[in-house]
Design a protein around this ligand. Structure first.
Ligand code: PMP
Length: 285
């Protein structure tokens, strides 16, 4: 079965799915994206992902290419046509196609929409969660509006590649003051010796992860204390537990930071419990 992508109004086999060379996403990374988990054929937390999408678009003054209700149909249709039971659905909206020039294109230029879906083997993700993952740290050299989910991800790409080359699954960005901001494609968390669950406040220095937002509800239900503050790399290395959150991995235990074991070097009890309970608090559509 060929993979199918939605590209500006058409469902196309991947080999025929293409955008114009003057798409502003291709030329300038002038666009935004969203990723929803697909679980048992259902979209997870679509409503919140769509809210964040609308915010990213409005921050960049890109128009929504179609009403949310129509986008909902496209997202589900791409998942259906690709027979994705477990995996992700990806959507990207750019400022559209126009003669290459930095300022915004003429009024009336239609934003471009691409939607793809891919399978992720849950057994593989589960195996990573069972063993825990390693992270490395890299200087945070991104712009100061990473709260916008823009497709300009070059620092994230380089950080993730550095992680892979060092046998790690994720890279944590570290601000000039030594505090961890977030992962290349995830939010960063630690659990202190006092069992406080610590994550950075969702200001402009991180993306407000949807998984992060839902996890706040899980923490409350588990009677765990949440502290929204920044933490240093040294503090993370000395923490009882560490983990990351993202739509495609939910809660993923971190067992090594720059080669040093976190806690006893095995996935933490709290991270594991939060992972097990996460979907009870997520929305399905
Ligand atoms: N931060 C960054 C930089 C990300 O790319 C992601 C994943 N999209 C996240 C955090 C986690 O966000 P979410 O939980 O919405 O997937």
């Amino acid at each position: 079965m060929p993979r199918i992508a939605y590209v500006n109004g058409r469902y196309l086999p991947h080999r025929a799915a293409a955008v114009h060379v003057e798409d502003r996403g291709y030329q300038f990374a002038d666009g935004v994206y969203e990723v929803c988990e697909v679980r048992a054929g259902r979209l997870i937390d679509q409503r919140r992902h769509m809210e964040r999408l609308q915010r990213s678009l409005s921050e960049l003054r890109i128009a929504m290419p179609m009403p949310l209700r129509a986008l909902d149909v496209v997202l589900h249709e791409v998942v259906r046509r690709n027979a994705v039971r477990n995996g992700i659905v990806y959507l990207q909206i750019t400022r559209g196609v126009a003669k290459r020039d930095h300022p915004f294109p003429p009024a009336g230029t239609r934003p471009a929409l691409v939607v793809t879906a891919s399978r992720i083997d849950p057994a593989r993700t589960e195996a990573f969660a069972t063993g825990g993952i390693a992270v490395i740290t890299v200087p945070d050299n991104r712009w100061e509006r990473v709260d916008i989910k823009s497709i300009a991800l070059l620092p994230n790409v380089l950080a993730k590649q550095a992680a892979r080359e060092q046998g790690a699954r994720e890279a944590w960005f570290v601000a000039a003051d030594g505090t961890v901001t977030e992962g290349a494609s995830s939010n960063a968390w630690i659990v202190t010796a006092d069992n406080e669950v610590v994550t950075r406040p969702a200001d402009h220095s991180i993306l407000r992860g949807i998984t992060r937002t839902v996890l706040l509800d899980v923490l409350r239900a588990h009677d765990l204390t949440l502290v929204e503050r920044s933490f240093t790399v040294a503090e993370a290395m000395a923490a009882r537990e560490a983990f990351i959150t993202s739509a495609s991995q939910t809660v993923m235990p971190v067992v090594r930071i720059d080669g040093r074991a976190v806690g006893n070097g095995a996935p933490g009890l709290i991270a594991t419990a939060l992972r097990a309970d996460f979907h009870r608090f997520a929305e399905e559509s």
